[in-house]
Design a protein. Structure first.
Length: 423
RNA sequence: GUGGGUAUGGCGAAGUGGUUAACGCACCGGAUUGUGGCUCCGGCACUCGUGGGUUCAAGUCCCACUAUCCACCCCA
C-alpha cells in the first residue's frame, strides 16, 4: 500500500493554506500593533527542558511526548508547547539583560502523542505570546486583551474567557491543606485518578470531569477562597482592567490549567460549536518557571492558541474573506511560433505586474477558452498563425464577448493600461 | 490507553448474496474545420481498505488486520 502520512498529521493543501495565511497575517499584525516581537526557537529540545518546565506530573510529560535518542545518545523531544522553549531562550540568550519586560510571540508546529479526534492532532500549530520580566496585573490584562482583540478582528462570535487565579506557592499550600481536609472523609468516593491526585496534586480534583467527583467537590474550597492578600488584589486589578476594556470574561473558580507552572492568573477561551475540544486558547502567569529552568527569578505570563481550532471556529462561523487569486488575462497561443511570441508577451506583462497565464498542456483553443473562463480571467489574448502573420492579437473580453484586434507592437501597453484601470 | 462508527472511481453517494457495480459533481473529448460560460452527446471503478473464511455464488455474511472519524482521559 502507498505510504501514508503519520497519524494525526495533515497535508495543508491549496485552498486551505490561504486560510492559514490569512490567520497568520492577522496574528502578526496584532502583535506588531501591541509591540510584541517574534521569536523562533528549535522544534526539538532537550527532554529535560519539558520535564522541568512543564512538570513531571502533567499528562504532557507523562504520556504525550515525542521523545527520541539522537546519535549522541541525548534524549530529545519534539516540543509539546512553546513556553518552556521561550523561557530557555530568555535565560540562554540573556534576554534578561535587555530592557524589561521582553514581549515575545511565536507560531509554529507543536507535537503531542495522542489519539487524534476533532480538534486534536499529533502535529498541531500554536500561536503564543510570552511577557517576561513584569509582574504587574496590567500585563495579565494586556495579554488577555490581545487575545480578545485578535478574535474581534477575525470576527469570531460566541467566545467566552474563563478566568481564575490559582495563587502563589504560599496560598497554594494553604489551599492544598484546606482542600485535603475537606475531602478527607469522602476520599473513597472519588474516581481512581482523583484518589491519586489527592496526594500528588489535589488542585486538579476540582477540574475532574467525572460527575461523581464534581458532586463530591461541591462546595469545596477553591483557590480563590484561599488567596493571600497580594494574589487577591492582583486578581481584582486584572478583573477591573478587563472590565474597562470590554472583555467578556467569566470567573471560573474551578478552572485549573493542566501545566504545573501556572501561578496567579489562569485563563482559557472557549468557543462552542467546534466539537468537544472547545478550548481555543489557554494561558496564565508563571512566575516561577524561569527560575525553575535555571535562570534568574523572573515573572512571566503568556498564552498559547490552537490555530486548528481557531480555523475550525472561523470555518463554522463563515468568517473567511475571499482570498481567491484573480487572474486578469489568459494568453492563448496556437501553434509553435505563436507560442514563442506569446510566451514573450506573457513575460513582459508579468514583468509589469499583470497576472497572465498560458496553457501548459498544448490544448485546443476551445479548451483554453474554457480554462480562461473557469479561472475567472477578464480577457483572453488570442494569438494564432493568422494573427502572427498580420502582427496583431485578438483581444476578447470574456465578460461581454466583444472581440477587437490590437497590433502586436502595442499589446503590452494596451493590456497594462486595461489592468491599471481594472477592466 | 479505553469505547463506538465508517471504509465503493478525484470528491459526494446508491447498492440490504445472484448475469456487464446506479447517479450527482469534477475532469477529458465532441456537437462543420480557430472561440468560453448554458444545453446536448460521449468517455472516465477488469472492481468495492488489506488478508483470510462461509457459500454453487459476496461490494453485500463472518474473522483478523490497517486506516480514518467521533467520544473518554486530557488538552491547543
Amino acid at each position: 500500500m502507498a505510504i501514508q502520512r503519520p497519524k494525526g498529521t495533515q497535508d495543508l493543501l491549496p485552498g486551505t493554506v490561504e486560510q492559514w495565511q490569512y490567520l497568520e497575517e492577522t496574528i502578526r499584525r496584532v502583535c506588531r500593533d501591541y509591540g510584541y516581537e517574534e521569536i523562533r526557537t528549535p522544534i526539538f529540545e532537550a527532554t529535560e527542558l519539558f520535564q522541568r518546565g512543564v512538570g513531571q506530573t502533567t499528562d504532557i510529560v507523562k504520556k504525550e511526548m515525542y521523545t527520541f535518542l539522537d546519535k549522541g545518545d541525548r534524549s530529545m523531544t519534539l516540543r509539546p508547547e512553546g513556553t518552556a522553549s521561550v523561557c530557555r531562550a530568555y535565560v540562554e540568550d540573556k534576554l534578561y539583560g535587555q530592557s524589561q519586560p521582553v514581549k515575545l510571540y511565536y507560531t509554529g508546529p507543536m507535537f503531542r502523542y495522542e489519539r487524534p479526534q476533532s480538534g486534536r492532532f499529533r502535529q498541531f500549530h500554536q500561536f503564543g505570546v510570552e511577557v517576561l520580566g513584569a509582574d504587574q496585573p496590567i500585563v495579565d490584562a494586556e495579554v488577555i486583551c490581545l487575545v480578545w482583540d485578535l478574535y474581534q478582528r477575525l470576527g469570531l462570535r460566541g467566545l467566552e474567557v474563563h478566568l481564575n487565579s490559582v495563587g502563589c506557592p504560599t496560598c497554594r499550600a494553604a489551599h492544598r491543606e484546606q482542600l485535603q481536609r475537606f475531602l478527607t472523609t469522602r476520599k473513597s468516593e472519588l474516581c481512581q485518578d482523583c484518589q491519586e491526585r489527592y496526594e500528588r496534586n489535589p488542585l486538579r480534583i476540582l477540574d475532574c470531569k467525572n460527575p461523581n467527583c464534581q458532586a463530591v467537590t461541591e462546595g469545596a474550597p477553591t483557590t480563590l477562597d484561599t488567596l493571600c492578600d497580594d494574589c487577591r488584589s492582583h486578581f481584582e486589578k486584572v478583573l477591573s482592567l478587563l472590565s474597562g476594556a470590554g472583555v467578556a470574561y467569566r470567573v471560573d473558580p474551578r478552572l485549573v490549567r493542566g501545566l504545573d507552572y501556572y501561578t496567579k492568573t489562569a485563563f482559557e477561551v472557549m468557543v462552542e460549536e467546534i466539537g468537544a475540544q472547545s478550548a481555543i486558547c489557554g494561558g496564565g502567569r508563571y512566575d516561577g518557571l524561569v527560575e525553575e529552568i535555571g535562570g534568574p527569578a523572573t515573572p512571566g505570563i503568556g498564552f498559547a492558541m490552537g490555530l486548528e481550532r481557531v480555523l475550525a471556529a472561523l470555518q463554522v462561523q463563515g468568517k473567511f474573506p475571499d482570498t481567491k487569486p484573480k487572474l486578469f488575462a489568459m494568453l492563448i497561443a496556437l501553434g509553435d511560433k505563436a507560442q514563442n511570441e506569446g510566451f514573450a508577451i506573457m513575460n513582459a506583462l508579468r514583468g509589469k505586474g499583470v497576472p497572465v497565464r498560458m496553457d501548459l498542456l498544448g490544448r485546443s483553443l476551445k479548451a483554453q477558452l474554457k480554462a480562461a473562463d473557469r479561472e475567472g480571467a477578464e480577457l483572453a489574448l488570442i494569438l494564432g498563425e493568422e494573427e502572427l502573420e498580420r502582427q496583431v492579437l485578438l483581444l476578447r473580453d470574456l465578460n461581454s464577448g466583444e472581440q477587437t484586434e490590437v497590433p502586436l507592437s502595442k499589446v503590452i501597453e494596451v493590456i497594462y493600461m486595461k489592468h491599471q484601470r481594472g477592466v
